[in-house]
Design a protein around this ligand. Sequence first.
Ligand SMILES: *Cc1c(COP(=O)(O)O)cnc(C)c1O
Length: 413
Amino acid sequence: MTSPVWHPFTQHGLNEPIPLVTHASGAALHTADGRRIIDAISSWWVTTHGHNNPRIMAAIAEQAGKLDQLIFAGWTHEPAETLARSLIEIMPSPLAHVFFSDSGSTAVEVALKMALGFWANRGEPRDRILVMQHSYHGDTIGAMSVGARGVFNQAYSPLLFDVGTVPFPADGREQATLDALAEQCQQKPAAFIVEPLVLGAGGMLFYRPEILAEMRAICAHHGVLFIADEIMTGWGRTGTLLACEQADIVPDILCLSKGLTGGSLPLAVTLATPEIFEAHRSTDRAKMFFHSSSYTANPIACAAANANMEIWRDEPVLERVADLGRRQQVQLDRLTSHSKISNIRRMGTIAAFDIEDATGTYLSAIAPRLMAHARERDVLLRPLGNTVYVMPPYCIDDADLGAVYGVVTEFLD
Ligand SMILES: *Cc1c(COP(=O)(O)O)cnc(C)c1O
């Protein structure tokens, strides 16, 4: 019998196998037919400490016995209060206000609405958003609008709003980015939204912290709000808690999701400075922040995030991250002699390289071939076009990491 399930980013007409996973632990997924699959992409960048982390699972179970769900407009609960306080403690000042939502895309929509609300409530309405070439911020209409245009959103393009785009600051071409940003800032846009240091879905493209710092300074100089989308880069992925730390900058608005619950339950937050919060605070109800989703700050998801915060507080997470980075580098160094690959790169726990391919697009034939090759050998990989990346949970051991690269090397050969 065929399944009624319609999967995301899946072409059902190709009838590719869809493995049925029954349970997971650490870096391993276990399928109904008894296979042990190594999760080399952290289940699409969400799993940080490992699947079914015992501390997070225990927190979920405990909270499930107390309070399942609560309207969050005008009501509150302990898991959300605790989480907001812990976030403010660990995230850089002056980020001081936490708005909850339930996915990365929604956190981005909230950030954009906060930016426009900020200007509208100050009586100086602005509506233009600046973005970086090749960026990705999610799949809802607003998030797609501020992301790169391509085959994945072509059909919806009539609904996408117009944005100003600055070129990606590739090595040696950074000045063009900075010049374009400074020029576009003169048209008084509401905000600039950017993925700090790593453009994930755009192909694991890296740029230097100095450029991030300069972009932040340009926005500050022109009074343009700076939105950092750390949905992928946050929670240690790039070697530090936030990628922004490496540039020693603080955004006006910060989006977090994915690793916020250790990758266990859907939850997102958009953090804002007092200035942005105060622009919405008034005795005038027309100035409140008009956004909510039903599951905003779901108590069970907040409890999972609180357990994640405790893990960050009392386990050596950054040491694990550094260690995984070193082990990734050892594996990458073995690939350098391979003639078919280029742009070998690593940032923190993220390792990536490109396979030579004439088309070089998202629909490059290499991705599905490598994905199938890896799946048949019990490894979960999902290249972005001709870009292969390995981004495992921080707990992956040497044997599993070696097996992942073994499968990749075999494919390249
Ligand atoms: C994954 C991602 C998003 C979207 O998050 P969802 O939870 O999938 O909606 C937004 N921005 C970046 C940088 C991402 O990697």
